[in-house]
Design a protein around this ligand. Structure first.
Ligand code: NAD
Length: 392
């Protein structure tokens, strides 16, 4: 079997490895065996993954002589609730987990965040292993130890920093991921290039479409480079006191759009991030800190792979600027009433900015919405012209 590629997250005694490859799931038992405190694990997964990949993981655990049980929760962000967390913990206690039991999170970011939080608080802390199955989870959420759930007041407002003992990213699992989810995860890959690695963004311009199509070498390279970037940032600032906040590029705007659309199917997290990153570039251009060509280059790349870049690409609805701004004010990144924005000096040059006036954001949203209206009008005019020409 091919050897997985590996890198580590350096956090002293909480350090751990990220193993990436196409045989990682088949070798999961063997790979995690040395880290387990006992021979018993509990797999936490969602119904989609249970149907497609659970059996392979169970076989891998059997091969290594690891005893296992599993708990299945409903798929989707709707499972990141206090209610679902309560049920999950109650089930774990019914199964008589002990301090030596390890939880395995087999799923996307939802399962990683929920199972990770359950691991953080059950019996005051259990070990857990991340087996991320969505592109978003492989390049972002499974690394770094942020776990948590949503409440009526907002996303991820309850949670804990709890690092996994190991991350097993098997890129072959992504073959069953719906394309729209793959694209949403790709937005987070692009983010790493934009934050601090113009060379990686350049590489993505050439290879992004291939990796989204599931090309093995390209996919592995992108997951490895993304994890490397995240691991370095997390190692330098585990608790987000400084530079880790750069990982929120596009997220302050994106979260406002997600909050307005109800965190559902209308707008996936990564789609919100894609539009949000364009807005962060536009705001940087508006403030004179970034060349307009860089914002155009980002727009062109996202559009080329099929990601939304502005309101015109989203499902039609009435967007209210003041409501969007109010959502931004409820974000976790607000401190002393001021929103911290991640802005850019260009591709690969992100920085934190707390001195943004709300009127600047108002102007940005208003321009973006006017552009979308103009686009819709031009589309309608061209449709009518075509119809008239065909009819004549
Ligand atoms: P998700 O976990 O809901 O997965 C998306 C959908 O794809 C689900 O329906 C899931 O069942 C399905 N799926 C996943 N892998 C599959 C596969 N291989 N084959 C078929 N179907 C598959 O969502 P996500 O996009 O992975 O994660 C989003 C969540 O991650 C959000 O809750 C967000 O807040 C969180 N997040 C956390 C962090 C962090 O640092 N902890 C970072 C970014 C995002």
């Amino acid at each position: 079997m091919t050897k997985p590629r590996s890198l580590s997250v350096s956090l002293g005694e909480r350090s751990y490895d990220i193993l990436i490859g196409t045989t990682v799931l088949a070798q999961a038992g063997k790979l995690m065996r040395p880290l387990l405190k006992s021979d018993r694990v509990i797999i936490i997964t969602d119904a989609n993954l249970a149907e497609r990949h659970l059996a392979r993981l169970q076989r891998a655990l059997d091969d290594a002589g690891i005893r296992h049980e599993h708990i299945v929760v409903p798929p989707g962000d709707g499972s990141k609730t206090l209610d679902q967390l309560g049920r999950l913990i109650s089930r774990l206690l019914d199964l008589k987990v002990e301090r030596s039991t390890t939880l395995l999170a087999l799923g996307g970011g939802v399962i990683g965040d929920l199972a990770g939080f359950a691991a953080a608080v059950t019996l005051r802390g259990l070990d857990f292993v991340q087996i991320p199955t969505s592109l978003l989870a492989q390049v972002d959420s499974s690394v770094g130890g942020k776990t948590g759930i949503n409440t009526a007041q907002g996303k991820n407002l309850i949670g804990a920093f709890h690092q996994p003992r190991l991350v097993l990213a098997d890129t072959s699992i992504l073959t069953t991921l719906p394309r729209r989810e793959m694209l949403a995860g790709y937005a987070e890959v692009v983010k790493y290039g934009l934050i601090r690695d113009a060379g990686f963004f350049h590489w993505l311009e050439a290879h992004g479409a291939d990796l989204i199509d599931g090309e093995r070498a390209e996919l592995e390279h992108a997951v490895l480079e993304s994890c490397r970037a995240k691991a370095e940032i997390v190692a330098a600032d585990e608790r987000e006191c400084g530079q880790r906040a750069l990982l929120n590029l596009g997220h302050t705007f994106g979260h406002a759009l997600e909050a307005e659309t109800g965190y559902g199917d209308e707008l996936l997290h990564g789609e919100g991030v894609a539009v949000g990153m364009v807005m962060a570039f536009d705001l940087s251009v508006q403030r004179g800190h970034c060349a307009p060509e860089d914002a155009d280059r980002l727009r062109r790349h996202l559009a080329a792979v099929g990601l939304p870049t502005g309101f015109a690409d989203l499902a039609p609805r009435h967007w209210d600027v003041e409501r969007l701004i109010a959502h931004m004010g409820r974000d976790k990144k607000v401190s002393g009433g001021r929103i911290t924005f991640v802005l850019v000096r260009g591709i690969g040059g992100a920085y934190l900015e707390t001195e943004v006036e709300l009127d600047e954001v108002r102007a940005l949203f208003t321009t973006a919405l006017n552009d979308a209206d103009q686009f819709a009008l031009e589309n309608e005019t061209s449709r009518m012209t075509t119809r008239a020409t065909l009819g004549s």
